[in-house]
Ligand binder design. Sequence first.
Ligand code: UDX
Ligand code: UDX
Length: 460
Amino acid sequence: MRQFEKRILCIGAGHVGGPTMAMIAARCPQYEVTVVDINAERIRAWQTDNLPIYEPGLLELVRSARGRNLFFSTDIEEAIDDAEIIFVSVNTPTKTFGEGAGKAADLQYWEKTARTILDASRANKIIVEKSTLPVRTARAMERILNANHRNIHFEVLSNPEFLAEGTAVEDLESPNRVLVGSSDTPEGRAARNAIVDIYAHWVPRERIVTSNVWSAELSKLAANAFLAQRISSINSISALCEKTSADVAEVSRAIGMDSRIGGGFLKVSVGFGGSCFRKDILNLVYICESYGLDEVARYWESVVSINEYQKRRFVKTMTNEMFNTVADKRIALLGFAFKKDTGDTRDSPALVVARRLIEERAIVVISDPKALANARADLSDAPPGRVVFEQDPYLAARGAHAIALLTEWDAYRALDYEKIFDSMEKPAFVFDGRNLLDHEALYRIGFSVFPIGKPPLKQS
Ligand code: UDX
Ligand code: UDX
């Protein structure tokens, strides 16, 4: 073990911890990288070729380092004691109880992790926040850790992760920037340099940005809020486009070409999802409220409200257009993941659409290339007979009155829609929640087509 230059540990083998550590291990063979998790099943899966999360290119990356300098383990205490640098990427869900319920971050795992680190450590360590956390959490962490009487010093840094699911490997390989927040003390600067050195193995120096700890923490929340705000902005415009004869794709292209605005994240959708956006914005809202900044809180809260509105609006269009009732109609949902190239369904707009359709007594058939296991778990409480899971999109659509496309999987563009049309009830509807499909072609086949933010193509 001693032949490694540095020993790095990550607590939390999830969507962030797993891929990030795999990249560090792959690019820095001289470091020993260990990933631990309280979930033994997850750790076991990381040790096989059946990884616990789907991410393009991840298996190859893990295989290139696993067993060489990348290890997955459940022996958390021993791993803590061995490591010089500890990344923490445990989940920080929204609180469901007590003060701040529904908005504030639930920090119980974070604090338990801090106490575990404290109990298992016998020497100084650098602790790196990877999880997205409310501003000033590092300070709390530092207070818990440094309230020890064993003369051990913990230097707490913030190094938020900006990877997006579905492109995690790409994002880690060539990040727009890596952000390292540290205290401006000799210990803080030394720790910062140690973290910068890790990334400098493959990230150009000018992309490694340093700041104070609070700026780093807030930058992560703000970046997610800004990204989500762009989607809510274009989604709000889509509602107006549907009332007029404007086409949101044309609007989005025209405004995106303004270099001050930029083209990214202006794709209209049934709504944004994923584990981060809503959680992080609500977190920001809660922080603003707790500082008495109510106007700022309301401003950011509206980004979330528009997103809820967009999901509601989508289902409302479906029921309205299908003669004001979907009761006992079979409706095929193409896609359940919150975006393509991931099996993750956390906060997926598809879940809201499915639940509302079930409330309307529809029979919902769910199809997705990677997310069916998660979809089953998410909808385990659905009334019997109301939900069917079907991997094959052709079988999912068979006998359906409508298709709702909810995730932009490339494969859905290439389906044989003539064949699908022939197997469906008539009139057959397509509701394209991602504007992915060729609407004119579908219309010519015989579908009534309802895009987002464009005039519908209705069969007379
Ligand atoms: C998490 C946070 O949700 C996000 O805010 C942050 O930016 C990065 O970390 P993610 O990696 O997607 O995101 O979460 P998840 O896939 O749920 O992984 C967290 C892992 O931590 C789980 O495997 C969980 O078992 C583990 N964990 C949780 C611990 O090992 N110890 C704990 O005390 C709690
Ligand atoms: C996001 C941030 O992008 C990432 O930097 C951060 O670290 C974690 O949160 P992620 O949630 O994995 O990443 O996915 P992202 O690609 O940001 O998409 C989030 C949601 O927005 C998805 O539901 C996606 O479909 C939707 N989206 C995205 C749109 O509706 N329109 C767009 O133009 C872009």
